[in-house]
Design a protein. Sequence first.
Length: 108
Amino acid sequence: MDNPCPCGKCQLAADDSRHGTFNAYNNLGCRCTPCKAANVAQWQESRERRKAGPIPEHVHGTENGYRNYGCDCDRCKDAWAKVTRARSRARRNRLGHDRRVREKGKTR
C-alpha cells in the first residue's frame, strides 16, 4: 500500500473515501481520528433515538435501561447501582493487589 492509514491498524489507504464513517470503524477496524469521531457520533445518535422513544418493558431492571434508555425507575436505578458497585469493588481489588505486589517486592 503506497499511502497507509495513519492509525496503522487497518488496511485502508489514507485517501480512502470510507475514512470518517461508522463502517470504517466498525467493520474495517480503522481507528484514525475521523473514524473514531464517526463511531462516537453514531452511538450518540443511537442513544438519543432510544431515549426519545418509549422504553421497552424488557429493559426495565437492567443497566441497559438506565444507561441507554434513560430510565430512572427504581428497578433500573438499582441495577445501575449494583453494576457500579461491582466495578468499584473490582477496581479497588485490582489497585490493592497491585500495591501489595509492589510492596512485597520491596526489601526491608
